[in-house]
Ligand binder design. Structure first.
Ligand SMILES: Cc1ncc(COP(=O)(O)O)c(C=O)c1O
Length: 441
């Protein structure tokens, strides 16, 4: 096998600044609005929910935002993350395409989520918070914030979407191990959760509901607790830009130029962090960019472009985004991190302008692709990341049919070692396809 070596950077190559793409995009990204007045949201209101330092970064207009040194030092524990050429996968697919993947699963908690979790916990600690509340789907974000809070001496309370809480007990144990408190959402601990449980004691939950519960707790605390959000906010995509900035340097080492960039989208943070740095100054002429989403929760391909809140109860600011509606309860697909009704404003604005592509993928195709990736490249991708793998496989097949030798670069946002029961069900033929938003019933 030709070079098995990853395209490795030095720890000194960890970026010193995040890339804030908002003013570089060829389309304007509409501002966040207050959910009651529908006027531009005030900083003071945002500070009742999020840490002040995060709100300051949200307001930043400059293209480059210096990464505070304590964060850069922490990043060096797992960054730069590797980029590989997928020779074995190419061979198995008999494709002339050249396939590369950036791998975020090497972080201590197993995904890209730690890239922003440490920033949010850092700011919460700096303003003297006692702890952070948050939501989580499959548990990747919850475990990242649990560890980040632990590193900064904060408590952490996680509302975990009930269906994932039951499907993925070991992610829950991981959060417990880091010292966080985890409740299934809807829970009986908040007004939002109590109301939903009265209507349906077996409510499966959704990320929108879990966000509402976590925001309610933080706001009601009146200050000592702040809320952390793992995706959708423009600033989270900015924090995740370390992925793309490193991948660009690594692609220079390969001598290849990307023709296609692929990532999965839940709220859009790993995709945005990966793609936006590559596309700076190249919109309209650069590589094709593809967002892979679940067919069962197709925010981009099945949603409407309008203002909606990030949570189900209307507590967060309104974001202009593709949304399935904040009340949408997705079928219980295993990619819990993609079971989200909305999409980051940058991703939404680009899709509305026809500058990016979106592809919905059904669950069985996702796990078929994931298994092929595991058997060739050795990495068991998270079910979320496996959506990107599935689209990559479709693109590689297209190259074979057309006889074209495109360079396809894919972001693998995390590993799936806590999702092995889902893999087990798939391998035993027990996994339903859940290929449409209503196919769970
Ligand atoms: C591994 C992994 N990938 C992707 C996502 C989707 O989030 P985002 O679109 O913000 O990257 C999640 C969310 O939990 C995740 O855990």
């Amino acid at each position: 096998m030709r070079d098995e070596i990853p395209f490795t950077l030095q720890y000194t190559d960890v970026p010193s600044a995040w890339y804030n793409a908002v003013d570089d995009l060829p389309v304007p990204v509409p501002h966040l609005l207050d959910p009651i007045t529908r006027e531009a949201v005030k900083r003071a209101d945002l500070e009742t929910i999020f840490p002040r330092g995060v709100v300051e970064e949200m307001a930043a207009l400059q293209r480059w935002i210096d990464i505070p040194e304590p964060i850069r030092r922490l990043y060096r524990r797992w960054r730069p993350t590797p980029l590989f050429r997928a020779h074995r996968l190419e061979q198995a697919l008999d494709t002339p395409a050249r396939l590369y993947f950036k791998y975020e699963g090497v972080s201590p908690t197993g995904s890209h989520k730690l890239n922003t979790a440490v920033v949010q916990a850092f700011h919460a600690r700096n303003q003297g918070c006692r702890g952070m509340t948050t939501e989580t789907g499959a548990g990747q974000w919850g475990s990242a914030l649990a560890l980040a809070c632990r590193w900064f001496g904060l408590e952490c309370h996680v509302y975990m979407v009930r269906v994932s809480y039951n499907q993925k007990p070991y992610r829950r144990v991981l959060m417990d191990a880091y010292g966080a408190t985890v409740d299934p959402s809807p829970s009986g601990k908040t007004a939002v959760g109590q109301a939903l449980l009265r209507g349906d004691p077996d409510h499966p939950g959704s990320l929108g509901v879990a966000v509402a519960e976590a925001v309610e707790e933080a706001v009601e605390s009146g200050g000592p607790w702040s809320f952390g959000l793992g995706s959708v906010l423009p600033v989270v995509l900015t924090h995740q830009s370390v992925i793309g900035l490193e991948a660009m340097k690594q692609m220079e080492l390969t001598g290849d130029e990307p023709d296609v960039l692929v990532g999965c989208v839940g709220g859009g943070s790993n995709w945005g962090g990966f793609v936006l740095p590559f596309m700076r100054g190249r919109w309209g002429g650069g590589p094709r960019v593809i967002a892979a989403e679940p067919a069962a929760c197709p925010s981009l391909t099945g949603g409407r472009y309008e203002y909606d809140t990030a949570d189900s109860a209307g507590l967060t600011p309104l974001l202009k985004m593709y949304t399935l509606g904040r009340d949408f309860v997705p079928p219980p697909i295993h990619a819990g991190g993609l079971r989200y009704h909305g999409m980051a404003p940058q991703v939404s604005a680009l899709y509305a302008a026809g500058l990016i592509e979106a592809v919905p993928v059904p669950q069985l195709e996702v796990f078929t692709a994931a298994t092929q990736f595991a058997r060739t490249e050795g990495i068991v991708p998270a079910p979320e990341s496996a959506h990107a793998v599935a689209v990559t496989l479709r693109e590689a097949a297209r190259c074979r049919q057309e006889g074209t030798r495109r360079v396809i670069v894919t972001n693998i946002s995390g590993h799936g070692l806590f999702d092995l029961s889902a893999y087990g069900d798939f391998l035993a033929g027990r996994l339903p396809d859940l290929s449409t938003p209503s196919s769970s019933s």
